[in-house]
Design a protein around this ligand. Structure first.
Ligand SMILES: Nc1ncnc2c1ncn2[C@@H]1O[C@H](COP(=O)(O)OP(=O)(O)O)[C@@H](O)[C@H]1O
Ligand SMILES: [Mg+2]
Length: 360
């Protein structure tokens, strides 16, 4: 998918901005606080119906305004779509695709797959397992149409099961739910496993270029001991689950392990190297989607030059450009990007106090 036109209204400090991005690399530059991240955030908001910076969507709406509006003209091959989103202060969201109201935000994610890399999002990948699980599930969701429903069922049953555990239900009562829990958990786990395998294939080449001296291993952990049968485990762990008041093991505990030698990646790599690893993961994810479904992601890379020397900025930009996807990168100093390119960006925008201007 390519954004051909974007209209942002009352989003953070952007009162109104209209831009026609290029199909390839788009460079957005400007001083601190000018609105660069906000512009990426707006694109992300359009693709997911939520922000990456704030859980409170009201904060994204410009102060003094009652709603934000995003409008875009999208192209994928010969197809063209109009996608619009409105978010009101009371939390209501209205999404329209070609004039039709969309109720499920998951349809939005399908239409506009986004790969986001910000200093915060990459730190997140090395903290709790949640962000890593979300990373796997993004891929699982896009690569297998049955994932979403299976995962929703896991969540629904897990909620029931945990409620029963809190209510000190008997094992028989719990076992009633476990049959279904087992079925959906197995389906979710198979899809995730398969996805991480395919991802690893993609990753090899990219990591080889980014971190040639380091041996990075990416592996999937399913959320319970892989040598133990899950049905059996649920039974033997009933007492423990009961004491804890929740289901201790299961697909809700799945994780992606990132290791260098025997160490967790975050202990073995520098910040710049970690950033490259996260970029490699995101690029691999985008490439896989391209191969599997012939769908192009949109890459958003906030503050691309930070933490990276010129050589690695070059490698990263090259890898991004080679995806043939639409890419938006931000930087304070545009030279930090153009110095690392052998050609000019497709389009360059300067942001100043919330105003976005194309640079000819
Ligand atoms: N809801 C809002 N209404 C108006 N301005 C906002 C809102 N939220 C954030 N801002 C302001 O938007 C400005 C732009 O922030 P940001 O996009 O992070 O800048 P940059 O990434 O260019 O450094 C900041 O000065 C911030 O105070
Ligand atoms: Mg910023």
């Amino acid at each position: 998918m390519i954004i051909q036109q974007l209209h942002v209204e009352s989003f953070r400090n952007i009162h109104s901005a209209q831009l026609s991005p290029g199909n390839g690399l788009n460079l957005i530059y400007g001083h601190n606080g000018s609105g660069k991240t906000s512009l990426l955030e707006a694109i992300h908001f359009l693709g997911l119906g939520r922000s990456f910076r704030s859980h409170l969507a009201q904060r994204v709406i410009q102060e003094g305004e009652d709603k934000l509006q995003l409008f875009s003209r999208l192209a994928a091959g010969d197809e063209e779509h109009k996608l619009g989103l409105r978010r009101f202060r009371n939390g209501d969201t209205e999404v329209r695709m070609d004039g039709e109201r969309i109720k499920k935000l998951s349809l939005l994610a399908e239409a506009l797959p986004i790969q986001l890399i910000t200093p915060e999002s990459f730190a997140l990948l090395f903290e709790g397992p949640k962000a890593r699980r979300q990373f796997i599930d993004w891929g699982a969701f896009h690569s297998d149409p049955s994932f979403y429903l299976n995962w929703m069922n896991v969540r629904r049953i897990l909620k029931q099961r945990n409620q029963l555990l809190r209510d000190k239900a008997s094992y028989q009562q719990i076992a009633f739910w476990d049959k279904e829990f087992l079925r959906y958990s197995t389906a979710v786990t198979e899809i995730r496993k398969h996805y991480v395998d395919s991802l690893n294939e993609q990753l090899k080449g990219i990591i080889g270029g980014f971190l040639p001296q380091v041996e990075v291993r990416v592996s999937f952990t399913q959320g319970w001991d892989s040598k133990t049968d899950f049905a059996e485990l649920l039974q033997t762990q009933y007492e423990r689950d009961l004491a804890m008041g929740f289901t201790v093991s299961g697909p809700h505990k799945a994780d992606l392990r990132l290791r260098v030698g025997t160490l967790p990646a975050q202990d073995a790599l520098s910040r710049g190297q970690l950033k490259l690893l996260v970029c490699a993961l995101r690029i691999a994810q985008g490439k896989l989607l391209q191969q599997q479904l012939n769908k192009n992601s949109i890459y958003l890379v906030d503050d691309l030059p930070s933490e990276l020397d010129k050589q690695h900025r070059k490698l990263l930009l090259q890898e991004l450009v080679e995806t043939n996807a639409q890419v938006f990168v931000t930087a304070i100093d545009p030279a930090a990007i153009s110095d690392s390119l052998n050609f000019p960006p497709d389009r360059t925008f300067r942001v100043e106090r919330g105003e976005v201007k194309v640079i000819e």
